[in-house]
Design a binder for this molecule. Structure first.
Ligand code: NAP
Length: 257
């Protein structure tokens, strides 16, 4: 029996990971801030799939929250075999319109928490000679897209570099880079989505299925949809200023929906 720990499990892509990994028979450790929602999700997954489900309430924008998840990942008596670093969010506004405290909160969740959780998990996995970590970034990592894209670019660089350093240890690291996916993300960030064409939207369950298939193939980078693979190929050819204009506008209308 293997155990998967998923951060940001209660909604969107994290919730799709929890459904899929529960259906596959993994024991689950679910992490988010909303305890009531975590408990409801745990009961549902346990009843549906008969798997063990633990809940861990933690705010990954705080030292105490990160410490709690690091401690769980370091528990050698209840090892975690697969870590999904998925928790994340967008801030409401463009650069300089967002309060510095919110910018720093994003770096804490997207970078510091991902670094500390990946390290805690990888150390324990290396001792056992097996395990996997999936860090959820975004295609925004590859185009000019504010501080959100910059934080996701850090996740891509960090994960691919660490994956190389851990090659041969039995620990597999992969960064998953979805495009626009229907979740609570945009509403939470106060982003209008009216200017995102329908064909650009992905389904969270399909993102997860493609990501896990890439992990099984041993990839260190997963772009979980052919449409976005093509778009990123074209983006490499486009002049940088034009790319910046297009990508920083699409899906970044803030204000009342
Ligand atoms: N949706 C997209 O278009 C898209 C595209 C590319 C990449 N992504 C990335 O995919 C990941 C998942 O996003 P999503 O679209 O599924 O968003 P979502 O539906 O808003 O879900 C976010 C999840 O993260 C948790 N969370 C947020 N802040 C947290 C914190 N400080 N500490 C612990 N948990 C926290 C939330 O639960 P609580 O509020 O209870 O904590 C929730 O479970 C994010 O990293 C996002 O950047 C999303």
């Amino acid at each position: 029996m293997t155990t998967a720990l998923i951060t940001g499990s209660t909604s969107g892509i994290g919730s799709a990971f929890a459904r899929r990994l529960g259906a596959d028979g993994h024991s689950l450790v679910l992490v988010a801030r909303d305890t009531a929602r975590l408990r409801e999700q745990a009961t549902e997954l346990h009843d549906r799939h008969g798997v063990e489900v633990e809940v861990l309430t933690a705010d990954l924008a705080t030292d105490a929250g990160i410490d709690a998840v690091v401690a769980r990942l370091g528990d050698r008596t209840h090892p975690v075999d697969l870590l999904i670093n998925n928790a994340g969010f967008g801030n409401k506004g463009r650069y300089l319109d967002v309060p510095m405290a919110d910018e720093l909160r994003m770096l804490k969740v997207h970078c510091e928490a991902v670094l500390r959780l990946t390290s805690a998990a990888s150390e324990a996995m290396r001792e056992r000679g097996r395990g996997g970590v999936v860090n959820v970034a975004s295609v925004a990592a590859f185009v000019p897209r504010g501080t959100y894209g910059a934080s996701k670019a850090w996740i891509v660089q960090f994960t691919q570099g660490a994956a190389k350093d851990l090659a041969g240890t039995g620990v597999r690291l992969m960064v998953l880079c979805p495009g626009f996916t229907r979740t609570e993300f945009h509403e939470r960030a106060g982003m209008g989505t009216g200017n995102i064409p329908g064909w650009m939207w992905l389904d969270a369950d399909k993102v997860v299925a493609a990501g896990l298939a890439d992990l099984a193939r041993g990839k260190s980078l997963s772009i979980p949809d052919p449409r976005y693979k093509t778009l990123l190929g074209l983006a490499k050819l486009a002049p940088r200023p034009l790319l910046g204009t297009i990508t920083s506008r699409t899906g970044r209308k803030y204000g009342p929906q």
